[in-house]
Design a protein around this ligand. Structure first.
Ligand SMILES: Nc1ncnc2c1ncn2[C@@H]1O[C@H](COP(=O)(O)OP(=O)(O)O)[C@@H](O)[C@H]1O
Ligand SMILES: [Mg+2]
Length: 314
């Protein structure tokens, strides 16, 4: 069998735009949808380039153990010397915001103050150490799981006792300093083949400003795969974006062997950027890409880059 591009994922809806771009270029690919399957450790993997886009939120789609199985598959591929884009190291980062924060720190990339906690009493203990408003989030998240804003420890006490409290799938809740942006948006930088591709500005006003409650659920508002509803365009490509964070993030991606990533940051009132999320499974907002002229589609660039990696094998 000739070498192919093997796409490891657990969300067919999110992966369809990539398959369409691979097909448009006549690139041969295999769809490795991961839910329940066997992995024969004696077998030799097929030839080709493997691209892993396993998601940390797979359990919300009923694929509770897809990341664990994917970790096994990636280990097997790497042990067999296969070319893997976003291999075992990328998956570790995808599944742990603690790991993300510590890794950002190693590259001098500023992150919000964060305390990890297991246990409700410990979550409160962590919150008491915060000097201002804080956010709760899941260590293993994606799609804004468990993201809530609190202005007081009392608000959190109520929340922890209410049925709305949902623990992280890995049991670890993060308490994180809330970064208040002077205008409500975050920036997401997309990297493909370890190179900066473009940045999008994501409107978060409906996440914070419209919510009168102490506890405010952002939901998956800042998830690029979320269809835009109503007339408001939440995602906009930023023309000619450049930022001093780009070289540090590129160095991180190179050294950690991550090929594809979306990295999010917020800028506070003093103009300081805080990076708080590294998505190794990234989606691109096609509405924003079309409004920007449709020249720089993320999935198009990704298909091209994977095609280049495949050609390099031959
Ligand atoms: N420390 C923070 N300060 C302010 N807003 C935040 C903070 N952390 C997260 N948010 C908001 O919540 C959204 C989801 O949080 P994020 O850490 O990206 O989780 P996920 O991995 O689930 O996307 C962000 O895009 C941002 O709008
Ligand atoms: Mg995010």
């Amino acid at each position: 069998m000739a070498p192919q591009i093997h796409v490891i994922h657990e969300n067919s809806e999110w992966s369809a735009p990539l398959f369409a771009q691979l097909e448009a270029r006549g690139l041969p690919y295999q769809d490795w949808f991961i839910h329940e399957r066997t992995l024969d450790l004696q077998e030799v993997p097929p030839q080709g380039v493997f691209y892993n886009r396993m998601s940390a939120s797979s359990h919300t789609r009923g694929h509770r153990y897809a990341p664990e199985l994917t970790a096994g598959i990636l280990t097997w591929l790497e042990a067999n010397g296969r070319t893997v884009w976003n291999g075992t190291r990328a998956l570790q980062l995808e599944l742990s915001k603690i790991d993300q924060a510590m890794t950002f720190g190693r590259y001098g990339i500023p992150t919000p103050r964060t305390i990890a906690a297991v246990g409700k009493a410990q979550i409160l203990e962590a919150a008491q150490k915060m000097s201002g408003p804080f956010i709760t989030k899941h260590n293993r998240a994606g799609k804004g799981l468990g993201v809530r804003l609190f202005y007081s420890v009392e608000g959190l006490v109520q929340h922890l006792e209410s049925p709305a409290f949902e623990p992280s799938v890995d049991g670890i809740t993060l308490i994180q300093q809330y970064i208040k942006a002077p205008s409500p948006f975050i920036t997401r930088m997309e990297f493909i083949g370890q190179r900066f591709h473009y940045a999008v500005r994501v409107d978060t006003s409906e996440g914070f400003e419209l919510c009168p409650a102490d506890a405010c659920n952002i939901g998956d508002l800042a998830c690029p795969a979320t269809p835009e509803v109503g007339t408001k365009n939440k995602f906009e490509l930023i023309p000619d974006f450049d930022h001093p964070l780009i070289p540090s993030v590129q160095r991180l991606l190179e050294e950690q062997r991550i090929f594809v990533a979306g990295v999010e940051f917020i800028v506070d009132a003093e103009g300081r950027p805080y990076v708080y999320d590294l998505n190794t499974n990234t989606n691109y907002n096609s509405g924003a890409e079309t409004r920007a002229g449709g020249q720089k589609t993320g999935m198009g660039r990704l298909a091209e880059a994977l095609g280049g990696a495949l050609a390099g094998l031959r």
